[in-house]
Design a protein around this ligand. Sequence first.
Ligand SMILES: [Zn+2]
Ligand SMILES: [Zn+2]
Ligand SMILES: [Zn+2]
Length: 303
Amino acid sequence: MSVLRNGYKSASEATRAGLCGIMEVLIEYGFVSLDATNISGDPTTRKLEASYRMTTLPPHGENCNSPDFASLHIANHPVLSEVNATCAKIRQLERELMRTRAQLEKDVLALPAKVGPNTELGQELVNYLYWFNEDAPASAVRQIARALFPSKTSSAVLKKTCMTVPCDTCQNGTTQVELTIRSDIANHRWSKLTCDECRAKRDDAFRKRYQLEQERRAQRLNELRTMPYCEYLQTPEWAERRKRAMKRAGYRCQVCNAYGVQLNTHHRTYERRGNERDGDLITLCRACHEIFHANGQLAGGQG
Ligand SMILES: [Zn+2]
Ligand SMILES: [Zn+2]
Ligand SMILES: [Zn+2]
């Protein structure tokens, strides 16, 4: 076991010791008050008290989330009285809310007995509660659907429904979405949907842009094909193709493997000038290029 600086045996021990130090400072400045039974004028006892509480904390981090943090006496400091009172109220209301939700579930589950054999009412109720009363727990609604219509599955009883969602683009239009399960309501409430009209406009704009781009390309290709060859060699399109061909050849002559010499990009065919394929171009050193053009083929016609 390695001994850390200051003689702590582990990082967690060092952390705890550090926290004890912090506690001492907090006590010293009155941010933390120890309750009467534990108060002692003896700093060692205070340290032990702090140490006892701190050793129950998880060894690494998360101190503030630990339930043990609540047992620190600062939690009851007089400055926190309003905060604590409001927190207590929230906890009470949350408990109350939980009880009320449990009651609501019981109320829903009690419905089949009240509805009796009135299947039309049962059907209406089930669909209303499932789709239009989000407070009613979906599981309880499914349960009463099975109780009211034992021969059907709950999905068969709960008809699909539609929801009107405002258009995210124009804010005026709306779009209909089909809902199959309760959670779809929440999902669609925040989803960004576009009405048919806006979608058509958007598609139309996209199509026009695409068409324009295609036309522009065709026009440029025509320019590249018809301009004088020496002018073509000055275009950015050719610079790009030439660079790609060189890279593919590993910046060497593709016949004699020479490098460190000036390389030319030779057209094997002019058929696709302006839009050459990789195979239409070959990278040659100046010497091989000259031999080729002098003889009409490489290696002086010997092969
Ligand atoms: Zn719209
Ligand atoms: Zn060469
Ligand atoms: Zn050439």
